[in-house]
Design a protein around this ligand. Structure first.
Ligand code: S3P
Length: 742
């Protein structure tokens, strides 16, 4: 809330001194924005109390007296009383007063105003604060009631912009988040999110109470019943008003809900457990998302404070056994192939990071029933290659380039249209690398300028197979085309310029789908099926890499990273660190579900600068940010070439790392396709991760050898790939924490 500000209006009049009107009056009185706050209520006792409690400066005895010389008139009476009140107001000379209201059904308010005034007055700004309490009356008035609550204003075409700005200003002064919305849209949204739940709660309690007149069953009601029916304790008269006022929108949403309820009834009747599970798992995921919105952790807080800052203090060494979360690439693919398989796929060790969760949500949106994740376990009820359903709207993939690129391949062959969108970082990433070859196969794909997301993929195309020589070494492009190839009319083959991760090829085989690999060419034929299977996701070597470098550069360290995937297409980081003098050994080498896995022991070592062999670049593509930190701690110069792909990752990783390292006093010279780093003393300072998870974690590691603290800005996206990074890092001996946390 604003501190006492200079007045912007002389007189605010609040008509109706209940909880909402009283709170509005009290809050604005305290804000100092109005020279005088005057109240009016038909109930004399409420008028007295309002003055006694400091809700208003004074009260008027008649409406006419109240409105004389008013600058703003707030109508806070019950919604069904509004038409009569407006009728009274129409008889008065209101001068140029701005009128606004708080009714929860706006169509009705506008209708009443038109009946009374002939047309909607241009200085009438309809509004609705989404706030309340089970308490009512002026005694419950609270100046903070609207703080961090939404207030929806529903201006019409003829609404005076100055009046709108003034009403917006007043609500904002109370700490509310003001939004503008179309009248009809407001009424539909509120009918669905507020009015329908109240109707159901009132209806359910009454129905049960009627059936069991002695109310005996309520003795056995537990928390679920209490939570579900809490709102049946709301004010009956107010709600009766609301349903009468918002009749059409309520009926509309109620009819939709009845159809869904009938479908659920049929599922119970027919013993259709699959359908029930589908509804329940989707609802649970949606509810988790809603809880974040309700707790303001989604959207609102992210907007206000997307600058999650990591504070990494210098020094320390690492010890102990650590298991980092599941492999991101394999987690994505387990959901994609599990969804396209026939039968059920059980996944263990699944990465519960935002990127992999985005892939789960995408398939849920396309009708796949997916249970979990719960402690890394996911059950995917496959629908077969041709069983996906059109999603209800655009598919939002957050920060996840892998989801977008791989999905575009399989969506190009579906009978329905899809639109793929992402966050600010993903929206800048190049998609022509998949759109172009997919178009050659017959796909119809629209992109934003320069091949950026969103992608709109037109369904119903017949894809033909093709041979594609990839211009860049990209596992995402290769995988995208192989997935499209499952649906093509004939063979699809992809040749890569250098080996890239081969999880798609391995996992397709694990699902019983034949893939031929000849040298650097992977080949699929259409006409086979995927069969549900069991997948154990190993720990992600890309996440383990932060601890490999951390233990290497912090003297006296010794750690064992357990159950890490060591697929030879991913182990470039180990090879590079060993070339730099790292002390790394693989123990217990074994194969789990078609992927090699090992425990990796890392001890502190004096590293030396090297020329990184170019053939290792694609095999360590995600690990370079942290390898640059290793280079900064090494003796001598490290040179990287042939890594221009780093410029189009979640950030331009060459530039962003060079900037940060230079800030910390390290000589780091970016080149078009790499970087030259001179080992030296790392200083302290402020660096920016630019929303790139791997940059944030890399600078956290750098602090081990820094002379003072490093503050790292924009770290929220660490949750995309390594949600428990801070926890594990602290446990291992690093002194890094989110700023503000103790
Ligand atoms: C990935 C491939 C790589 C990698 C990304 C995951 C995958 O991208 O950087 O984090 O799962 O296929 P490119 O294919 O663009 O190199």
């Amino acid at each position: 809330m604003e501190q006492r500000a200079a007045p912007v209006i002389d007189r605010l009049v609040v008509i109706g001194l209940g909880l909402i009107g009283g709170s509005f009056a009290k809050g604005l009185r305290e804000s100092g924005l109005c020279r005088e706050v005057l109240g009016f209520d038909l109930d004399a006792r409420s008028r007295e109390l309002a003055v006694e409690l400091g809700v208003v400066d004074r009260c008027a005895d008649t409406l006419a007296e109240a409105c004389r010389d008013a600058d703003v008139i707030q109508l806070a009476t019950p919604i069904l009383a509004l038409e009569r009140l407006l009728g009274e107001l129409a008889k008065l000379d209101l001068g140029s007063a701005v009128i606004t209201d708080v009714g929860s059904a706006k169509g009705n308010v506008v209708r009443c105003a038109r009946n009374v005034f002939g047309e909607m007055p241009s200085r009438f700004v309809p509004g609705h604060p989404i706030a309340g309490s089970e308490l009512s009356g002026v005694t419950a008035a609270k100046s903070t009631l609207f703080r961090r609550h939404k207030v929806i204003l529903t201006p019409l075409k003829n609404t005076d912009p100055q009046a709108l700005a003034l009403v917006t200003r007043l609500w904002a002064a109370l700490g509310a988040d003001v939004e503008h919305m179309d009248v009809a849209h407001h009424d539909e949204v509120l009918a669905a999110t507020s009015h329908l739940p109240h109707l159901l709660a009132f209806g359910l309690v009454d129905s049960l109470a009627k059936r069991h007149e002695n109310l005996e069953i309520f003795r056995y009601a537990a928390g679920g019943f209490r939570d579900f029916t809490r709102i049946a304790g709301s004010d009956p008269v107010m709600w009766h008003d609301i349903f009468l006022a918002n009749r059409e929108a309520v009926l509309h949403t109620l009819d939709d809900f009845r159809a869904d309820l009938d479908a659920l009834r049929a599922a119970v009747d027919e013993g259709d457990g699959h359908r029930l599970l589908g509804v329940f798992t989707r609802a649970r995921a949606a509810r988790e998302h809603f809880s974040k919105i309700l707790a303001r952790r989604a959207y609102v807080d992210v907007m206000h404070s997307n600058d999650l800052v990591f504070l990494a203090n210098p020094g320390g060494s690492l010890t102990g056994h650590l298991r980092v979360p599941g492999d991101k690439s394999i987690s994505h693919r387990s959901i994609m192939l599990g969804s396209l398989a026939e039968g059920t796929t059980e996944v263990e060790g699944f990465l519960e990071g935002e990127d992999a969760l985005a892939t789960i949500q995408a398939f849920r949106d396309m009708g796949v029933v997916i249970e979990g994740p719960q402690q890394g376990r996911v059950t995917v009820h496959g629908v077969g290659l041709h069983g996906l359903k059109p999603p209800p709207g655009p598919i939002y993939l957050g920060n996840s380039g892998t989801s977008m690129r791989l999905l575009s391949g399989l969506l190009a062959a579906q009978p329905f249209d899809t639109t793929l969108t992402g966050d600010a970082s993903l929206s800048k990433r190049p998609m022509n690398r998949v759109a172009k070859p997919l178009r050659e196969m017959g796909a119809v794909i629209e992109t934003a300028a320069e091949g950026r997301p969103p992608l709109t993929i037109r369904g119903g195309q017949r894809l033909s197979g093709m041979h594609y020589d990839m211009p860049m070494a990209s596992a995402q492009v290769k995988s995208c085309l192989l997935l499209a190839g499952l649906y093509a009319a004939d063979q699809t083959s992809v040749t890569e310029p250098a080996p890239t991760r081969d999880h798609t090829e391995r996992m397709l085989r694990g699902f019983g789908y034949p893939v031929t690999v000849e040298g650097r060419t992977a080949i699929v034929e259409p006409g086979h099926k995927l069969r549900g299977t069991h997948i154990e996701v190993p720990a992600d070597i890309s996440s383990a890499a932060f601890f490999m470098v951390a233990a290497s550069i912090a003297p006296g360290s010794e750690i064992v990273l357990e159950h890490v995937g060591v697929n030879p297409t991913r182990t470039g980081v180990i090879d590079i660190l060993k070339l730099m003098g790292g002390d790394i050994t693989l123990e217990n080498l074994r194969e789990v579900g078609g992927e090699p896995v090992a425990d990796i022991r890392v001890r502190g070592a004096q590293l030396k600068g090297i020329d990184i062999p170019e053939d290792l670049v694609p095999l360590a593509i995600d690990e370079f940010p942290v390898l640059f930190v290793a280079a900064a701690c090494a003796q001598g110069r490290t040179t990287l070439r042939g890594a221009e792909e780093l410029r189009v990752k979640e950030s331009d990783r060459i530039q962003v790392m060079a900037d940060g390292l230079q800030t910390l006093g390290i000589k780091a010279e970016p080149t078009p396709d790499g970087i030259v780093i001179e080992g030296g003393m790392i200083g302290s300072g402020e660096v920016w991760a630019h929303g790139d998870h791997r940059i944030a974690m890399s600078f956290s590691v750098a602090a081990l050898r820094a002379s003072g603290p490093i503050r790292i800005h924009d770290c929220a996206n660490v949750a995309t790939s390594f949600p428990n990074f801070l926890d594990l890092a602290q446990r291992a001996g690093m002194q890094v924490q989110a700023e503000g946390a103790s």
